[in-house]
Every structure is written in C-alpha cells, then in structure tokens.
Design a protein around this ligand. Sequence first.
Ligand code: DGT
Ligand code: CA
Ligand code: CA
Ligand code: ZN
Length: 572
Amino acid sequence: MDNAAIGHILQEIADLLEIKSENPFKIRAYRNAADIAGNHPHELATLDVNGLREIPGIGKDLAARIREIAQTGDTPYHQELLAEFPSTILDVLHLQGVGPKTVATLYRELGVKTLDDLETAAKNGRIRAMKGMGAKKEALILKAIEERKAFAGRHLLADSCAAADAVLAYLRERAPGAIIEAVGSVRRGCETCGDLDLLASGAPQSIMDDFVEYPPVERVLGHGDTKSSILIRGGFQVDLRLVSPDSRGAALQYFTGSKAHNIALRDRAMSRGLKLNEYGLFRSADDTRIAGEREEDIYAALDLDWVPPELREMHGEIDAAQTHALPHLIERTHLRGDLHMHTTETDGKDDIRAMAVAACAAGLDYVAITDHSQALAMANGLDEKRALAHAARIRAIDAEGVGVRLLAGIECDILSDGSLDLSDDCLAALDIVIASVHSAFNMERRQMTDRILRAIENPRVDVLGHPTGRRLLMRQAYPVDMEAVLDAAKHHRIAVEINCQAQRMDLSDAHAQLARERGVPVVISTDAHSANGFARLRWGIAVARRAWLEPAHVLNTRPFDAFRAALRRNQS
Ligand code: DGT
Ligand code: CA
Ligand code: CA
Ligand code: ZN
C-alpha cells in the first residue's frame, strides 16, 4: 500500500463524514491526515503505530487506522461509512460547486445516487424547487456535469507522471537490463494525459506477464507478446509495448507522438522515397533500414534537428528543425528563484525559515515570500499592519543569512472592481507584489478583462498571478481577453506568472507562447504552501518548454540582482 493510496482512503472517509454532517474537527483531522499521508517522504507502510504517532497531526486513533489500512488495504471504518451510502455518491460530491450538505439533501429528498440521477433531476427542474437551491444553482450543476463529461478519462500531468513512475520502477526491477520509458502525452509534458504509454526494449518476454501482475491492477484489458494494457487503481489505463533494441528509436518516436507530428514526419519520409513506421525508417525501393535504433538518427535521416518531445505538436517545429532554428529550451536547472509561496502566516504549512531552507535545498538562490492579503479571510489573509510586520520578519531573517536571499512580498487580491486589496503605501513598502484574482469568477469577459487591466495599471504590481484562474479538470478559466491583458502587461512592464501547481499550470502553454511572442516577461513560480512544494517547479518548466521558452524569456533565471532590477517597481 503506497502513501497515495492510504491518503486516498483517508480522504474518502473525510468526504463520507462530511456527507453525514459529522463533527467538523473529526472531518478536518481526516483531511489533514490524508494530506500528510499523500505528501510524506517515507513509506508509511514501513512504520508501526508508534512511528506513525510521531508524525505531527497524527494522533493515536489515526495512527491505528493508518496502520490498519497499510496492512490490510482498508479499514472497516471506511467500509461501514461506504455501506451507509451508494459508492457513486462520491462522484456527486466531487462535482464542482456541490458540497456535502447539498449531496446529503439531494440523496435524502430526491434519491440522487449517481451523476446520471443528478443530471435527470436538474433537467426536470426538480432541483430548483428544493429549499435553498434555486434555478441558478440548478444551472451551475448542469454546467459542472457537462464539464465533468468533457474531462472524463483524463488526468493531471503530475498524477500521470507519478502513476507512470511507479509502474516503471516496478518493471525496471524485474527487467534490470532493459530500457523502459514513458512515451505518449506524458513524454510531451501535456497538461493532462489520457492513457499512459510505456515502451520497453531489450526486456525478456516475461515482462508482459509481470506487467499484468502489477499489484494495483484492477482489470487486464489485453495481454499479448508485444502489447498489453491494464487498468490500475486511480483510473489509469496503462499500455506497455515491447520492441527489439534495433527498433527502439523508431518506436520511441512513433509512440511519443503527437499524431499530427507523426503524420507530418511520415509524409516527409514518403516525399523522399522513404517509409517511416514504429519499426524504423526504410528505403521504399528495397526496404533497407536507414535508421531505427536511435531517435536522433530518424530525425537526422530526414534532414531535421532532433525535436524535443514537448515541441512535437505541429506548431512550426518541423520548419524550425529543418532550418536549425529550434529554441534552446529552458530547463529546471536554469531557475534561480521562486517568486510565489505561502507560510504559516496565512494558509501555508511551514514558516519563513523552513521555506527558505527547503528552497536552498532545491538549489534556488532567492525566493519571494508572498502570503495572501486580507480579502482571503478563509486563508487568514494579511491586513496592512500584519503585512508590514511580516515583511519586517522576512527581512530580519534575510539579514541573518539562510542560504537564499529573501524578498518580502505579497499575493494581493484583485477585488471585483480591479482595485487592490491593500493600500498603495503598503504595497510600495514591499519588495515584490503579485496581483491575483481569487473571487467573483463569474463575470462577463469584458468586465473581467477591465478588472485585470485596472490591476495591471497600478504601479505597485510586479507580477500577474495565475492569470486565468483555471483548475484543470475542475474549473474552466474565467473568460478574459488574454491578448489585451498581455498587451497591457507589456506596456506596463509587468511579468506574467506560470503557476506550477499541478492543477493550475496557469498560464497555459498556449498563453505562455503568446506572452513570448509579445515580449512579455514570464516568471515560473511554485505557489508552494509547504516546504516540499518546490518539486513542482517541474510542471511549470513543462509548460514553459511547450511554449518554446528559452532561459532569457523567464525573469527568474537571472541572478538575484539582475532579477530585482527587472521588476517593474525597480525600472525607471
Ligand atoms: P493521450 O493519451 O490522449 O494523452 O495522448 P497521446 O498522445 O498519449 O495519444 P495515444 O495514447 O492515443 O497514442 C500515443 C502515441 O502513439 C500518439 O501520440 C502518437 C502515436 N499514435 C497513436 N495512434 C496513431 C495513429 O493512428 N497514427 C500515428 N501516426 N500515430 C499514432
Ligand atoms: Ca497516451
Ligand atoms: Ca495509448
Ligand atoms: Zn493565488
């Protein structure tokens, strides 16, 4: 039982307790434990009850539950709760905008057990008739169901990589001499992925048997000599293909995709009297193999530079590869700073010092501490007085020297009318200000655009945070004229953020590409809420690479002084 699976069960217990309207403290304890389990650096399954109790936030009862789950795969407590409701009720709960109280009422009064039940009830106008609901709520529910359908079967890149890495580790252990890698959309760094595609070469035939016996398998969809497919816990379909080493490069190229990129490559091969498939590149006339073992050789034989997987989307990469004009893409190691993170002062889990130490361990040279502003009362946002006191503490710790330079900043809410949540004087007293939208998402496009443009015009703002507010697979971006926003950002020399949270990745790759084309500086920031949040820089890098960004396009690749000088507030 891995930590993620343990966390998943604890989360479900919290969900079910919430539908039952149980004690809020108990619910919070389970949610908290689910979080701790999911993020714990060591395998919880290897700890005994005493070891578990040493983890902050895990008391005696929770430790016993976790131990039980780790040893047996579940706990009777979870099963008892599940037995009180149909299991499909959790799908209803996970719908955007539907809370546990609503789920309980829908279940009791309308007998809603599944998303289909809910859709039927909403379409028949039965929800608006319920107390406390209304036509608006009913419309929102229908919209959420529609979005859910569109997202079905897709997963966040971070979840996909974690699932793929676990299968890869299992397979590599069983075929030590083989090369086994993720291909498909995972290798291209797509923000969401459908099925997971793995490619093995130089592995014994028995790898296919090992694969279908992978412990988290829920169903074997196919079991062949060169291709097998399984469905594993978490709803992932995984395909494994086995090829001979002399076809490895060709298969790597073929199964990485995208389909459109492959078709263009195949056409290019044909126009040169060649044939390209997953086994190799051949001369059409006599079937002589020209390339196949190495991916680079396939591209070279077609007179192309090797194309990084993230660029294989038919956005001009073939032309660029032909004219040696491919970008020198940014890499994780180019990043020297992180400009967006939260601490215990608002809704973060670690204090300033712990964040600084972790940033240093992650190889960064500088960070900005940017806690929330007062409008986010739920997150214990800072009013002016607290913001300034917090800044003083950040500067004092910086003066002590903690291995990284610290900037005293804030993530200031953009209010509905586009004004900022704190006074200009307060914002001017800080080192960096991110302005973000966290409320009133349901605006018309024009209104939302004006709101953000007004915030950009405020000379205290340096960075526009998570510019579209999207939550991947959950909530669409709010409607906003991104071109107008980027033009204004350019004009006022504001940077736009690529937020690295796995469910945000906001800006998207397409918008980040627009920013590059318009010459708007970009920053890549974690929005970390705990000391282990820096690993997610990887997801922002995936977006940046898919947007063709080079280090020079990204402000936080610069050394500290050069970075500071590039902030809007420090420009004349
Ligand atoms: P996904 O799974 O929706 O996130 O996206 P991909 O790109 O992983 O797509 P998938 O799993 O259907 O196929 C993996 C790769 O295999 C795909 O990127 C390109 C290649 N491929 C699949 N079907 C075809 C095809 O009909 N023609 C060509 N040329 N390539 C294909
Ligand atoms: Ca795939
Ligand atoms: Ca596939
Ligand atoms: Zn935010």
